[in-house]
Design a protein around this ligand. Structure first.
Ligand SMILES: [Zn+2]
Length: 75
């Protein structure tokens, strides 16, 4: 299960910063998160909740594809 963009997390305005918002839970900026689940800290409540619900981050999805099969070479 995978979403294209993870933008439904609670955000708060950064005090004194025009047009800048961050995740309520991990305090990462929206520009840092950039709609990616792995943009949140691994300790982020939102990220943990979605990962617990079976959503994949881009990181783990690409890691799965990197699993390669080693071949045994005989002389
Ligand atoms: Zn977060």
């Amino acid at each position: 299960m995978k979403k294209l963009f993870y933008i439904d997390y609670p955000q708060e305005h950064i005090e004194g910063q025009m047009h800048r918002y961050r995740c309520v839970h991990c305090k990462e900026e929206t520009t840092t998160i950039n709609g990616r689940l792995e943009g949140h800290l691994s300790s982020c409540e939102y990220r943990i909740k979605l990962e617990g619900a079976g959503y994949e981050s881009e990181e783990s999805a690409s890691t799965n594809k990197l699993v390669s099969h080693d071949t045994d070479d005989f002389d």
